[in-house]
Design a protein around this ligand. Structure first.
Ligand code: ADP
Ligand code: MG
Length: 435
């Protein structure tokens, strides 16, 4: 029988598939399962055993950073340990690249862990009597990679995490943050397809922690690893996660992108959780931009611009040329003067954009830009193509969750009274003939 499945998965492959997974601790697991099936809450079954994971289901795509987030005790560690067989599964299925983990025997499990998955724990778990370099090379040693080769690989990874000079030091000579870098280097050096990270950064102080988050995202983008990342910290989840599963009391209550979770929480629990998140660092320009309406072509002339201003009651319009390339904006007072003077060409009153951003820029970056201008912020794509605009009010509304909105008073753009624009358009209509 030929094995048709390729050994190296590619494309849009499912790396991990979990369905109807239960993990119950205690001796009366069957009674606990039965109680859960009958609709009982896990707290009612506590005297029979601990239902740590209840009917969990999700898929992780190859190359994705999938975050499992929840309060302490919600079942995150138990769940992740079911993925690599450290916890025998009570009921349900876990597949790693199509291979069912439930029921694998010891040797097969070890092989699965060696070949497919490495794990980074909160407490580094570095081997104390080996040098930093030997620690990084450890996974390769297990895989029986020849010494010279594994040392070379390990050195490369130490470079990558900025610890070149520490190769021959012992782990206890390093700070916590540096030790965790070694842990990360070891995980990446082992060259497994799937990285399981259980609160890997939780013990680090905030600054180093954020550095590590950035390093992780960077390495992931470079290498396309599949990462399952556990955290109880929502901001961390939002920063590193492509998708996030929110766990509560053994259940997965929502799976979605950071944006889904933030803007459309599945229930009150998730909503409470996301209340304090720094939305400015999660939402992007694309999430809040509006279709650009106050826009004229560079060929439309001053009267055309004035008309748009009157109709939309806006003191500024963006000016675009071929391919919707945004070339600047014009201001109502200037346009008014031009129309009155019979000057049709708007290029002489065109002003450069004070700010433009790309669709993937975070609101925190946009916010800084609004300090310097009352103009909506232009969102542009390739070749300055105008994709949308973010009015200041939309930005503030997105950032301000609840009552905060009331505190963030902004003064609107000052505008020439619309009657004046109207009168000008009527008064000078005769001039259109010789323009
Ligand atoms: P988290 O990682 O989200 O903090 P855990 O998965 O560690 O949560 O724990 C979930 C629940 O399972 C907790 O109530 C915990 O006490 C229980 N639990 C975890 N491991 C065991 C075990 N080996 N034996 C018994 N109960 C356990
Ligand atoms: Mg845990």
């Amino acid at each position: 029988m030929s094995n048709v499945r390729s050994d190296t998965p590619s494309g849009d492959t499912t790396a991990v598939e979990v369905s109807h997974l239960y993990k119950v601790f205690g001796r009366r697991t069957d009674d606990v399962l039965k109680g859960l099936d009958d609709g009982k809450d896990r707290s009612e079954l506590q005297n029979l055993g601990t239902a740590a994971v209840i009917d969990a289901g999700f898929e992780v795509k190859r190359g994705e950073i999938f975050v499992v987030m929840g309060l302490s005790g919600s079942g995150k560690s138990t769940l992740i340990r079911c993925l690599n067989g450290l916890n025998p599964i009570t009921r349900g299925s876990v597949k790693i690249y199509g291979t069912e983990v439930n029921g694998l025997d010891g040797d097969d499990l070890r092989e699965l862990r060696r070949a497919r998955m490495s794990m980074v724990f909160q407490h580094f778990a570095l081997l104390p009597h080996r040098t930093v370099l030997e620690n990084v090379a450890y996974g390769l040693e297990i895989s029986k990679v020849p010494e010279a080769e594994r040392k070379e690989t390990a050195r490369k990874w130490l470079d990558r995490v900025g610890l070149t000079e520490w190769a021959d030091s012992m782990p206890d000579e390093l700070s916590g943050g540096m030790q965790q870098r070694v842990g990360l280097a070891r995980a990446f050096a082992a060259d497994n397809e799937i990285l399981l990270m259980d609160e890997a950064f939780s013990a680090l102080d905030p600054l180093i922690r954020h550095e590590m988050q950035e390093l992780l995202v960077e390495l992931q983008e470079e290498l396309g690893k599949t990462i399952i990342f556990i955290t109880h910290d929502l901001n961390e989840a939002m920063f590193v996660g492509d998708r996030i599963a929110v766990m509560r009391a053994g259940h997965i209550v929502q799976v979605g992108t950071p944006n889904d979770i933030l803007t459309d929480p599945a229930n009150d629990y998730v909503a409470k959780f996301v209340q304090d998140v720094d939305r400015a660092k999660v939402l992007t320009a694309a999430d809040v931009m509006e279709g650009p309406r106050a826009v004229v072509r560079d060929t439309s002339g001053s009267r055309g611009a004035l008309r748009v201003m009157r109709d939309l009651q806006t003191p500024t319009v963006f000016v675009i040329s071929h391919g919707r390339k945004v070339v600047g904006y014009v201001q109502d007072t200037d346009v008014l003067r031009a129309v009155r003077a019979g000057n049709t060409d708007i290029s002489s009153i065109l002003q450069p954009l004070p700010a433009k951003v790309t669709a993937d820029q975070y609101l925190s970056e946009l916010f800084e830009l609004t300090i310097h201008t009352r103009l909506p912020i232009a969102v542009v794509g390739n070749n300055d193509r105008l994709l949308g605009v973010v009015p200041r009010i939309a930005l503030l509304a997105a950032l301000a969750d609840t009552d905060a909105e009331a505190d963030l008073t902004i003064s609107p753009q000052r505008m020439v009274p619309v009657e004046v624009l109207d009168a000008t358009l009527n008064d000078t209509s005769g001039e259109e003939a010789h323009s």
